[in-house]
Design a protein around this ligand. Structure first.
Ligand code: SF4
Length: 500
């Protein structure tokens, strides 16, 4: 059987243009046009101006192109990106043969966190101008990524107590051994072990003090912003919970946040940020039950945002007692009617519960009620707690019940993107430390995702034409600015002399 043989002679010099080696439909070509069309200086990228002294830096466009190409292909560390610059033909073409050092690549990402965020927002607004984002319905969901902090270097009070108990036990053991030691060498060895345990104990006490002083529930020592999060099926690791807002029209990312450990208090911030970014009067949001919090929904309603969030199961449902749905609320009377047709009233007092306030509703009729065993286990009878923002939960539930097909859109709008980022592009961990830097990495990968997605939505030639038009606009703007500046300096200089 014959095999395919190459006709290339390795020692023969070949005349090859880089242009011929990159496919017309390559993602690298779009990255090239996209980055050329970005107003880098306005976005806040460093080294956009040519320095007069010292070694000339790389233009930020070169490094941004490298990152946008790399993140799309699962190359994220500065080492891998530097290596790719050496061997990847598309990167030779994209960077025109430049090969930035590992250090330069690394510092560019670290020093331009805010600029990455600004670039992502700029791209989202561009997509809105192109009518690819309408902001009518935004689905908000989250995914977890691991941080640059091991579980060993994350502490809460319980963990510190366990460590200190263990060390105290060890110290006691060593003291017994010290009493029994019959020669000087053994005594010295045991004393060293005791000193080491005391040193470890002092370290844990120091962390405990920090925990008490800051009022935090946990501390991560390598990346102080990282928190213990449940990654998957009760597996806890130290990481970030990334919130992402996606537009339902073409499933493009709109915004992201990295602040919240869970979804309970994330809805309003995310929704308001997306609405303000897109400059909308009104917006609908789709979220799962993790986001169903009365306070968040009240904030959304105040900001003209209509929520469609999966209702949470009430605690009574899990105990086979009458669910809250069995109790009818009368808004005018501010009372509940129970399954035994009795009226439960509040004494008007509001009680603090977590971040919110609640009112208690009860009736004396519970004492002799025949349905009591199906209603409550409490000896004082059934008490219904109603949050002061409960009406927003009820309105949300009504909307979801009346529009089940609309609510079902949620999964289609968000979950596919997360799978692509995590499974295909390897974004299961962050390489950065600190909330802001991690957010910049999230924004960067979302920008790459949106660009890749736009390649599928629009015809490639149409997309290239749009980007080329943007570059021409940008260049024209630059020319106009230059003309204005030269006029400004010419006309102002004599005035300056006169003023002096
Ligand atoms: S136990 Fe109380 S609240 Fe429950 S059904 Fe009977 S009277 Fe109503």
């Amino acid at each position: 059987m014959h095999h395919l043989e190459s006709e290339i002679d390795r020692s023969q010099i070949s005349m090859i243009a880089l242009e011929e080696m990159v496919s017309e439909n390559s993602y690298a070509r779009l990255v090239d046009l996209f980055v050329e069309a970005l107003p880098m200086e306005e976005l806040g990228f460093s080294h956009t101006k040519h320095e007069k002294e010292g070694r000339p830096p790389y233009h930020p466009k070169v490094l941004l192109k490298l990152y946008m190409y790399g993140y799309r292909h699962g190359l994220r560390s500065s080492g891998k990106l530097h290596q790719a610059c050496m061997v990847n033909v598309e990167l030779w073409w994209l960077l025109k043969g430049l090969k930035p050092s590992q250090r330069t690549i690394c510092y560019f990402r670290k020093n331009n966190a805010k600029a990455f965020r600004a670039a992502f927002r700029h791209f989202v607004l561009l997509l809105k101008d192109w009518n690819l984002i309408d902001g009518e319905t935004v689905a908000i969901d989250s995914f977890k990524i691991r941080a640059q902090n091991s579980l060993k270097n994350n502490f809460n009070q319980g963990k510190i107590d366990r460590h200190i108990d263990y060390i105290d036990g060890k110290i006691e053991e060593y003291h017994v051994a010290l009493d029994l030691a019959d020669n000087e060498d053994t005594r010295t060895e045991v004393e060293q072990k005791i000193a080491y345990q005391h040193q470890k104990r002092a370290g844990y006490k120091f962390i405990e003090k920090e925990l008490q002083e800051t009022g935090a529930t946990q501390i991560s020592t390598t990346d102080t912003d990282a928190r213990a999060v449940v990654l998957h099926r009760n597996i806890v690791n130290v990481g970030y919970n990334v919130q992402a807002g996606c537009d339902s029209k073409h499933k493009l990312f709109i915004n992201a946040q990295t602040g919240n450990v869970n979804d309970t208090h994330a809805l309003a911030d995310m929704a308001i940020e997306a609405k303000e970014l897109l400059g909308l009067e009104h917006m609908n949001t789709l979220t799962d039950k993790g986001y169903t919090t009365a306070e968040e929904m009240a904030r959304c309603a105040l900001n003209n945002i209509t929520t469609y969030s999966s209702p949470k199961e009430s605690a009574a449902n899990k105990t086979n007692l009458f669910d809250l749905k069995c109790f009818k609320y009368d808004q005018q009377e501010d009372s509940y009617t129970c399954p035994a047709e009795q009226t439960l009233r509040s004494n008007g007092n509001q009680y603090k519960k977590g971040n919110t306030k609640v009112k208690h509703y009860k009736t004396k009729a519970c004492k002799g009620c025949s349905l009591r065993t199906q209603c409550t286990n409490s000896i004082n009878g059934r008490v219904i707690e109603r949050g002061i923002h409960q009406k927003f939960i009820e309105e949300n539930q009504k909307r979801v019940d009346e529009n089940p097909d609309y609510y079902r859109l949620r999964q289609q709008v968000t979950e596919h993107q997360f799978g692509t980022l995590k499974r295909q592009w390897g974004f299961t961990y962050t390489l950065m430390k600190g909330k802001e830097n991690v957010l910049s990495e999230v924004n960067l990968i979302m920008m790459c995702y949106n660009l890749r997605r736009v390649m599928s939505i629009l015809d490639k030639n149409d997309l290239k034409r749009r980007l080329k038009d943007l570059i021409l606009d940008f260049l024209e703007r630059m020319e106009r600015n230059k003309a204005f500046l030269s006029w400004f300096y010419i006309s102002k200089r004599p005035l300056q002399f006169i003023n002096l």
